[in-house]
Design a protein around this ligand. Structure first.
Ligand SMILES: NC(=O)c1ccc[n+]([C@@H]2O[C@H](COP(=O)([O-])OP(=O)(O)OC[C@H]3O[C@@H](n4cnc5c(N)ncnc54)[C@H](O)[C@@H]3O)[C@@H](O)[C@H]2O)c1
Length: 321
């Protein structure tokens, strides 16, 4: 099978590429390397298992040839990470909307099975015990750029579902909850790799806010297995599906757990949201997925213990790198 992965040089995308290559598929990657790294897929490219097209998914000169002979599309290319969005709001909106339009339009015209990675951010300020795919989304003011990522991805969801309804696109919308693992970079605000690096380097672990905010962290290999199973499940066509590990942990406890696993005496340093993200930043106290729909569709849900994921990330980070 020939598979197209937009954003395939990024963190989640490159693990997805690994899994398809291991299955014997031909993979085409479109990535502008804005936050991704060629080294994530370089071995496959040099072995001729992956065709890499460097450029923007919204650029017709790039995306048109990328679709040649493709039978399955994963659309991951997006402006990702809170720092990235706050620093480049305009480019982020354009990327998230234009790239998705370009991909869904071409996949619809050819009737290709497509999976779009949305985010738990679309739930916004909804802090239910377990967020269900049909729950309300609750956003703050448009003057708070933090909501831009959520709203742009939610608009992409509307776009995907409208292509399904009106043009028959066989698409699944997946809401990824915090995904973590090797190759994720802490540079764009991702907390687990940042803590692991700080702990290894003996630096203070910087916790934003009071650290009492609750999050769930999902191992990237579990996510890849779920994405591949969803694309093979006919009942997932036209569906919106949460993908996440429902185990909750506060960010303060996460910092302590990282130090314990890495064997570090690094202190925890609380940094208020305004110093970390600028004036008017808003955050959610809690974000936990209801994964009953995922279980119904594919028969399993992510379960890798966070401790194992932290160890895996630590093995990939050498001090001073
Ligand atoms: N990692 C998470 O916790 C998480 C959570 C929720 C949703 N997601 C979603 O998963 C997807 C992958 O995220 P990730 O964590 O691997 O981040 P990432 O930054 O590593 O991956 C995004 C990739 O897209 C590429 N890219 C960005 N704009 C592009 C464009 N216009 N054209 C082509 N390539 C472009 C980047 O270079 C990068 O390789 C994204 O759609 C993101 O919204 C991730």
């Amino acid at each position: 099978m020939r598979v197209l992965v937009t954003g395939g040089a990024g963190f989640v995308g490159s693990h997805l590429v690994d899994a398809h290559v291991a299955r014997g598929d031909e993979v085409v990657v479109v990535d502008d390397l804005s936050t991704g790294r060629l080294q994530n897929i370089e071995a496959h490219v040099s072995e001729g298992r992956v065709r890499f097209l460097e450029g923007k998914a919204e650029d017709p000169a790039v995306i048109e040839p990328a679709f040649d002979g493709v039978e399955l599309v994963y659309h991951l290319a997006a402006a990702v990470g809170v720092f990235q969005i706050l620093a480049h709001p305009l480019a982020s909106i354009r990327t998230n909307l234009d790239a998705s339009s370009a991909v869904f339009e071409r996949a619809s015209a050819r009737g290709i099975r497509t999976l779009f990675t949305s985010t738990s951010e679309v739930y916004g300020k909804n802090v239910s015990d377990a967020l269900n795919e049909d729950d309300d989304t609750i956003y703050g003011s448009t003057r708070v750029h933090r909501w831009l990522y959520a709203v742009s991805k939610a608009t992409d969801e509307f776009l995907a579902l409208a292509h399904h309804q009106e043009l028959g696109l066989p698409v699944t919308v997946v809401r990824l909850f915090n995904t973590t693992g090797p190759r994720q970079t802490g540079a764009y605000g991702m907390v687990v790799p940042r803590f692991v690096r700080q702990a290894i380097e003996g630096k203070p672990l910087t916790v934003y806010g009071d650290g009492g905010q609750l999050r769930c962290f999902t191992n990237v290999h579990d996510v890849v297995a779920a994405l591949m199973a969803l694309t093979a499940a006919p009942a997932a066509i036209g569906a919106v599906v949460n993908v996440g590990n429902p185990r909750e942990i506060s960010i303060r406890d996460l910092a302590a757990l990282v130090c314990e696993i890495v064997g570090s005496n690094s202190p925890v340093e609380l940094v208020d949201y305004e110093s970390a993200y600028g004036k008017g930043f808003e955050d959610m106290r809690r974000r936990v997925p209801d994964v009953s729909r995922l279980r119904r569709l594919i028969g399993f849900v992510p379960t890798t213990p966070l401790e194992d994921t932290i160890k895996e990330i630590a093995r990939g980070i050498a001090p001073g790198r």
